[in-house]
Design a protein around this ligand. Structure first.
Ligand code: SF4
Length: 426
């Protein structure tokens, strides 16, 4: 067995808020990353206050999961004093690593949190082994390699920079700009991508206007749906994990701090199963029917069409853009997250559960349940109550409700329904 076959890569999962963090851990994350409210990218992800960071780190430690805190904005002079104060406040509760992307931030982290490992953010766009070596000499213990690298590029960085942990994105949204270093959103909307607030204008539909004819828009049409010229597909490397592992990648990262707890559950569960299988039989690729099942499951979360990105080299770039539409594909509704089991009625084989309702639920509905570490199953919603105890025929998104369900459910299980069964318009 080679060294890379012995290593079990880490599964690193986004935790946009506390609920998603708990779901990520329940569904098999080895490590989670989350943002500080003030200094992380993904400003609209929810993010964590200092108190919440302390609680999140404690929760991760209880569950044997690593907690990485993202401080990966690209700051201006005016941000530095506050950032120093913030890092001082982190001293009593150090995370397992800080994700950073700026040399100034690195300088401050080494001053105020000298013992905490530093992981280089994808924003730093590391494309070659000399850059990786530079960062290693400057005290970074891990780099997130740029999504633009091929498999052989990744293997070469790992080989030439021993001791540096290399993290690769395996799943999630991609930018048409180099690792998100892009001013399009700042220029068009005032929302800065490098401060975590991208409005994704690259995915908008554009028209052409001749300058002496204001208001007369000529459609840029590839077909009747228009043209979405910069709209990147989503990355999905489930079929390439064995090769990435053989290349020596240390950590497999899932993108999506803005995505739902349902997305976190489904994607984490699939990649957890795949990594565990890879560990048990490292030399084989996945059986085709198994791979098909995982790929199919990954289409059940909101996504754009999938691509394997640059893993086979830049020549594959024609497969990166999706020109028909920038809309997400969504064929399942995230209906509810089970918060707790209130009681179990063994005589009737039903349980009363407290739900965080994410989409409308009706009594009498047969509904699919996904669960950590077990096969999906179907339950029936026998009755519904509002939090106040009032019995109702249906409950709505954004509420907490009590549901009596057939069989026995458990916390962190998720209720979902095919869109076709709900009549919902997406
Ligand atoms: S506008 Fe598009 S390319 Fe630019 S940072 Fe945002 S998502 Fe990336």
């Amino acid at each position: 067995m080679t060294l890379s076959e012995c290593i079990k890569p880490e599964l690193l999962v986004p935790a946009g808020n506390r609920e998603k963090l708990e779901v990520a851990i329940a569904y098999g994350a080895d490590a989670v990353y989350f943002g500080s409210r003030e200094f992380s990218l993904r400003r609209r992800a929810g993010n964590f206050s200092l108190t919440q960071i302390a609680e999140a780190i404690a929760y991760c430690r209880e569950h044997g999961v690593k907690a990485y805190l993202a401080i990966n904005l690209l700051p201006y002079n005016a941000d530095m004093a506050a950032l120093g104060e913030y890092l001082k406040a982190l001293q009593p509760l150090p995370p397992d690593a800080l994700i950073v992307g700026d040399p100034g931030v690195i300088t401050l982290c080494r001053e105020f949190l000298p013992g905490v490992p530093l992981h280089l953010s994808t924003q730093s766009n590391t494309l070659n082994y000399l850059s990786a070596s530079f960062w290693q000499k400057n005290g970074l213990s891990r780099i997130n390699l740029a999504r633009e690298l091929s498999l052989s590029d990744i293997a070469e960085v790992v080989y030439r920079v021993p001791g540096m942990e290399c993290e690769v994105f395996v799943h999630g949204a991609m930018c048409m700009a180099y690792s998100g270093r892009c001013l399009l959103s700042a220029v068009l909307t005032g929302r800065h991508a490098n401060r975590g607030d991208c409005a994704q204008p690259c995915r908008w539909s554009y028209a052409l206007q001749e300058e002496t004819r204001p208001g007369e828009f000529m459609a840029l049409e590839e077909d009747e749906r228009g043209s979405y010229i910069f709209n990147a597909k989503d990355l999905c490397l489930i079929a390439r994990l064995a090769e990435l592992k053989a290349a020596g990648a240390h950590s497999f990262k899932i993108e999506g701090r803005m995505k739902s707890a349902y997305y976190v559950a489904v994607v984490t569960r699939v990649y957890r199963q795949a990594l565990d299988q890879l560990y048990l039989s490292p030399k084989t690729s996945f059986p085709p029917e198994q791979l098909e099942k995982w790929k199919n499951e990954l289409t059940r979360v909101s996504h754009r069409r999938y691509t394997e990105g640059f893993i086979d080299g830049q020549g594959q770039s024609q497969n990166l853009q999706y020109h028909d539409s920038s809309a997400y594909l969504r064929n399942y509704l995230f209906c509810a997250l089970v918060l707790e089991v209130v009681s179990y009625d063994s005589a009737n084989q039903s349980c009363l559960v407290r739900l965080n309702v994410k989409d409308r639920l009706r009594t009498g509905t047969k509904i699919e349940v996904i669960a950590p570490g077990m096969d999906d199953f179907i339950t029936t919603i026998l009755s519904l109550q509002k939090e106040s105890g009032e019995m109702v025929a249906q409950v709505h998104s954004g509420t907490i409700a009590l549901a009596r369900c057939q069989g026995l459910l458990a916390p962190y299980q998720i209720l979902r329904q095919p869109v076709a069964d709900t009549g919902a318009e997406i």
